[in-house]
Design a protein around this ligand. Structure first.
Ligand SMILES: [Zn+2]
Length: 236
């Protein structure tokens, strides 16, 4: 596990260690933000136990590679109201995804298999969180677009943003890393509403974060992340 900021831990697993699960210290235990892939369930449980035990899970959104461990950890699961239906569905591919938009044929053919493999199945949602709610010292921010109920967590005191797939630090359309310190709006093939996804990246930029922990790859750090994020919102 790697320490991202005060009281914030990151466990990276599965495909090239690209799947991120965050743990936020909260009293005598931890809150888990995002749930990675099914294959990570034992490591996630061990990590949560090591940090005092899992109090609850908050999903950044309901996609297969973000809900994978949630059914296996015995903790109540929360998400934004607009992602409850997808979280509680058996489908590994969200109804609005259009994989035919992916530009590289082998990647396009691979994804249905990957999404089903990563998925842990339907998740029972215990309750919802909304913009402004407090989660382990962070505030919930709604970043709709990539998914309707996508949320991030924001802590103004040290400008740390944990944002799930609001921004990509990998090239998911080609299954390749992005150049160092680059970021992109997730590809339209995944999007519930791509125009809103771009708007949400601008909303994140305006917070002027110094650390952005996304759903995939290493956190982005720097004094000028606003510029990096605004540039990303102009692409695609
Ligand atoms: Zn996603």
């Amino acid at each position: 596990m790697e320490r991202v900021a005060e009281g914030v831990w990151l466990l990276r697993g599965d495909l090239r260690k690209s799947m991120n699960v965050y743990f936020l210290e909260d009293g005598d235990g931890v809150v888990q933000f995002d749930a990675g892939t099914k294959a990570m369930r034992r490591k996630v449980r061990a990590a949560a136990d090591q940090l005092g035990g899992l109090k609850r899970i908050v999903l950044g959104h309901a996609h297969a590679d973000h809900r994978g461990t949630a059914p296996y950890l015995g903790a109540p699961v929360f998400c934004h109201a607009d992602d409850v239906a997808d979280a509680e569905s058996d489908a590994s591919i969200a109804p609005y995804m259009d994989l035919s938009k992916l530009p590289v044929a082998p990647v396009r053919r691979l994804y249905p298999f990957l999404l089903r493999h990563w998925d842990g199945g339907a998740v029972k949602i215990a309750g919802t969180v909304a913009e402004g709610d407090e989660v382990a010292g962070f505030r919930v921010v709604h970043f709709p677009g990539h998914a309707p109920g996508l949320i991030g967590l924001w802590r103004e005191s040290d400008r740390v943003a944990l944002v799930s797939d609001t921004i990509y630090l990998v090239d998911s359309a080609r299954l390749k890393p992005l150049p160092e310190s680059e970021a992109s709006v997730p590809h339209p093939a995944w999007a519930w509403d791509h125009a809103q996804a771009k708007q949400s990246v601008r909303k994140l930029a305006a917070l002027e974060p110094k650390v952005v922990g996304a759903g995939h790859a290493e956190p982005l750090r720097g004094e000028n992340l606003r510029e990096t994020l605004e540039r990303a919102a102009e692409k695609y």
